[in-house]
Design a protein. Structure first.
Lengths: 332, 389
């Protein structure tokens, strides 16, 4: 076998659809019919999942840590909100518009993350998000300031499907966007370009010696990731008809990082599983004990991270190994 | 090799989702109470909940022939959570009314939902003027815009304070209050020497207080959000503004009943204008304060009375409709309601669905070893100054 065929077989194997992936999407679609009363929280999960997938693209594949990823999410939310309030209220147009705006902003700020180590990246991304948050707060004429952006009324999706009170069409819309964008992301990360990103993540200097230019690739993936986050923000603005100034708040950047830690970075679905677990836990605990749920969620998250190592998917293997009394060395 | 495990995870998730199946009975009326019970605004949530529970303890749990049930949910002060919870309460739990909303954006976020679902929502805390116009299904029992600031301006002008610096927190309600105070004070012949705005996040008042001191006014008029008052008072004393002969006048948020004990003696003599004091002298208030102190172990503040009156409004509306839970009928029944609250006589303006109430001018004094805002002057039936004009 030549190296060439070997390489293309490797790529093909990575690219193949796995059974659990298909099952996951089928379940998500089936939820429209079997869980009609839970569509609102499922919508929230879909949006958070898309946001986490966008962070996974830079963190899991290119190794860029960000504490300010919500800058793009918030920018997308405001872009979609303002477009719908003042100009075009059709959601898909708004979605594309928000993706473009956030993507361009990502392109502009990507040059900041090219420099320095992880720590400098944490600080620059954090700083960019803080700047945007303060702009959003001060530009009352445009964003509504601290009161939030209200007065948005969305017209039906593609002129056909109205957002209903039960959140059914809202969920279908968000799920469709999530599926399409995850599919695209899958193509990106399993392409030679995606593999080169992972090489950069492992060792940028070595990758450069192999003829891979880290700078251009990082700029590209950072912009794509920003566009994804912007579209997630747009979904939030469109399904809630409101943009609150806290879309740019620090806790959102922290939440999405946490989601990725729970689900595991570097395989796209980590964000999706993390979003499911994080949102359900939070919802379930906050109903059970409205005053003290933060304590329990904190405890559970610490436990998850301690036991789960890097990936949630490692758990069952780990448990099985423990039960059989064997050391769990390959439990990842 | 992750196939099976992902399936298990997904199945578990689905099971968790379907576990929360709602149950209900026809003779029960559910009221969804959405409050920030965690996060920086948790004290608001605790106070409002205490007020709501106190009302039910004193007045029973039936209204208009139906049993009233409270469904409490935490939104942690995040607007999209508030919106989703409101929608779920309406669609899944079939609540007939919503209540709560700690901050302006949280109330704003539910406006489209309640208009679409035609479910009334009673605001217990958020005060910005602009909220009420966002939906015809809002009613309010907290405060209407800068209601408390305008009487303070009138009082200050009458009592020989000519040159005043305003110091407000830089966000919606702060801007409302600054404008309300400034307009009235200028009309009454006063002079605003300087208008200072302090950032909402991590406030450090020291540099701003220095600016106030340098301007040498007769008094400084202050508004800060609930919970920040004690920090402000401490820095006010540290900077020696009182020694420089600068009087402190404020809205009641600064000498909040909840914080007064923690602020301690520096607060003595501060003049504030507000709608509620735990020391208000009336049988209704005595019963209310006792109930909250007994069950929630806290001294009620203006947030608690907002929750208490929201429950009264809900009960009164149900009594008027004879237990009919149609949203449009309920909100119509709320318009023009009039009663004696622990804070004093109040009513709901039939045109704006906003609260009309007396504003008291109070002075911090020691009573039975504890600090209280003692009322000494009353401005009757104040409307939202921005809407009434």
């Amino acid at each position: 076998m030549t190296h060439h065929t070997q390489a293309s077989e490797f790529l093909n194997a990575r690219h193949r659809w796995r059974l659990w992936e298909i099952a996951l999407w089928l379940l998500a679609v089936a939820a429209i019919f079997i869980l009609p009363s839970q569509l609102l929280i499922l919508t929230e999960i879909a949006i958070l999942a898309l946001f986490a997938v966008s962070l996974d693209l830079i963190l899991g594949y290119a190794g860029i840590v960000s504490l300010g990823h919500t800058a793009f999410f918030g920018l997308g939310a405001y872009a979609a909100g303002i477009l719908a309030r003042d100009y075009v209220s059709e959601p898909v147009t708004g979605l594309v518009f928000a993706g473009l705006i956030s993507g361009l902003f990502g392109l502009a700020t990507s040059f900041l993350v090219l420099r320095g180590s992880d720590l400098t990246r944490l600080m620059t991304t954090f700083g960019v998000a803080m700047l945007l948050a303060e702009l959003g707060n001060q530009a009352t004429w445009l964003t509504g300031g601290a009161d939030g952006l209200s007065g948005i009324s969305m017209s039906p999706i593609l002129g056909l499907f109205e957002f209903d009170l039960y959140g059914r069409n809202g969920y279908i819309y968000c799920l469709a966007v999530l599926i399409v964008l995850t599919f695209v992301a899958r193509r990106i990360v399993n392409s030679p370009f995606g593999l080169s990103l992972m090489a950069i993540k492992r060792n940028p200097r070595r990758a450069a010696m192999l003829g891979i230019s880290p700078k251009r690739r990082i700029v590209a993936i950072y912009s794509v990731s920003a566009a994804y986050a912007g579209m997630a923000g747009a979904l939030l603005a469109q399904t809630t008809n409101f943009v609150s100034p806290d879309v740019l708040a620090f806790h959102r950047s922290a939440d999405v990082l946490l989601v990725l830690v729970i689900g595991g970075a570097g395989y796209l679905y980590g964000g999706i599983f993390g979003a499911i677990i994080f949102t359900l836990l939070r919802d379930w605990l906050s109903v059970a004990t409205p005053q003290y749920w933060m304590f329990w969620i904190g405890l559970i998250l610490v436990a998850i991270v301690m036991i789960g190592r890097e990936r949630l998917t490692g758990w069952p293997l780990l448990l099985a190994a423990r039960l059989r009394g064997k050391p769990a060395e390959d439990a990842r | 090799m992750i196939t099976r495990r992902h399936l298990i995870a997904s199945a578990a998730a689905i099971a968790m989702l379907s576990a929360a199946a709602p149950s209900m009975a026809a003779d029960t009326v559910k009221i969804g109470l959405i409050l920030p019970m965690t996060g920086p605004f948790a004290s608001t949530g605790r106070q409002v909940e205490a007020g709501v529970r106190a009302y039910m303890a004193l007045n029973g749990d039936t209204a208009g022939g139906k049993k009233v049930e409270i469904v409490l949910r935490d939104d942690a002060g995040t607007a999209d959570q508030t919106r989703r919870i409101a929608q779920e309460l309406i669609v899944n739990d079939k609540v007939s009314m919503l209540m709560g909303f700690g901050l302006t954006p949280l109330a704003m976020a539910v406006a489209p939902v309640i208009s679409q679902a035609k479910v009334p929502a009673i605001i217990t805390s958020a005060t910005t003027s602009a909220i009420m116009s966002k939906s015809d299904y809002f009613a309010r029992t907290s405060m209407a815009g800068p209601q408390s600031a305008v009487p303070v301006a009138t009082w200050a002008a009458k009592n020989g304070l000519k040159r005043v610096v305003t110091l407000v927190t830089d966000y919606g309600p702060g801007h409302d209050i600054e404008k309300g105070f400034t307009d009235e004070f200028k009309k009454d012949g006063g002079e605003i020497v300087e208008a200072v705005r302090v950032p909402l996040q991590n406030p450090d008042f020291a540099p701003f207080l220095q600016r106030v001191r340098d301007a040498k006014p007769d008094a400084v008029f202050v508004f800060v959000p609930a919970g920040v008052g004690s920090l402000f008072m401490k820095q006010f004393v540290d900077r020696g503004l009182a020694d420089a002969g600068i009087k402190l006048i404020a809205t009641g948020d600064v000498t909040d009943d909840d914080l007064l004990g923690a602020i301690g003696d520096p607060a003595l003599g501060v003049i504030t204008g507000h709608f509620y004091s735990a020391a208000h002298d009336s049988p209704e208030n005595k019963a209310f304060v006792k109930q909250v102190k007994d069950t929630a172990k806290i001294r009620p503040n203006f947030m608690a009375v907002g929750g208490f009156d929201a429950m009264h409004l809900a009960y009164a509306a149900l009594a008027k409709t004879n237990g009919d839970t149609d949203g449009t009928k309920l909100i119509t029944a709320m318009k023009g309601a009039e009663w004696t609250s622990p804070r004093g006589p109040i009513s709901i303006d039939p045109a704006t669905r906003d609260i009309v109430q007396d504003i008291y001018i109070r002075k911090v004094e020691k009573k039975d070893g504890e600090l209280y805002n003692i009322e000494f002057d009353t401005f009757k039936k104040i409307h939202d100054p921005f809407v009434a004009k």
